[in-house]
Design a protein around this ligand. Structure first.
Ligand SMILES: [Zn+2]
Length: 207
């Protein structure tokens, strides 16, 4: 297996996905609980190395290490920690089909070794290209997730935008509705997709 060194956005995304499988992000429920889940995670991210029984603990340890790096986004700390993650890698080479810089994993490399290298490359690439301020905790008040923001504007706020971002939007919408003094004020604040116009009372009261 080879990992392209210039594909840090993909690699940082894998690192983000990995840390957000942790039990602390899911109220105690581990989203990488067993070998089958690890194999599915590897498959989802096109990591062809088959998972073995001993890999699970190694990946859990790696997950804790990567989370610790994201939680302490000091450039020197990130570079030192991420460099250590790349140590199971083999030799640096060029991909044969595109002449991109790449690392070939040793033949005996495990899925934990592959993920370690990918996380290391993702963190180093993000630090080098975007800076240490792109390592953040999730902005949703009830979420303990974390992420590496590789978006161009750098304004990502949530570890899982589709989940945490939507939760925050729904909560904000509810609190806005609750604080509206009457249906005739601030109507434009309500998103058009969820805004319901005032209902005309056509029926007579039941008394
Ligand atoms: Zn989150």
């Amino acid at each position: 297996m080879q990992v392209a060194l210039d594909d840090y956005v993909w690699a940082a995304g894998v690192a983000t996905d990995l840390v957000n499988t942790a039990p602390e992000v899911w109220h105690g429920e581990d989203h990488l609980p067993d070998l089958a889940a690890l194999a599915a995670f590897a498959d989802l991210h096109s990591i062809p190395t088959p998972a073995q029984a001993s890999d699970l603990r190694a990946v859990h340890r790696l997950r804790t290490t990567v989370r610790d790096l994201i939680d302490h986004p000091d450039r020197e700390h990130l570079v030192t920690g991420a460099s250590a993650l790349t140590s199971p890698a083999g030799h640096v080479t060029l991909l044969t089909d595109s002449a991109r810089w790449a690392v070939s994993l040793q033949p005996a490399a495990t899925v934990a070794d592959a993920l370690s290298l990918i996380c290391g490359v993702g963190i180093l690439g993000a630090v080098q290209t975007l800076g240490a301020e792109r390592f953040r905790a999730c902005g949703a008040p009830t979420c303990r997730g974390a992420f590496i923001d590789t978006t161009r504007p750098g304004r990502r706020r949530y570890c899982m935008p589709g989940l945490c971002g939507n939760r925050v939007n729904v909560a904000n919408h509810r609190s806005r509705r609750a604080s509206l003094p009457s249906p005739h004020t601030k109507r434009l604040d309500v998103p058009p997709t969820i805004y319901s116009p005032p209902v005309k009372h056509l029926s007579t009261p039941s008394d």
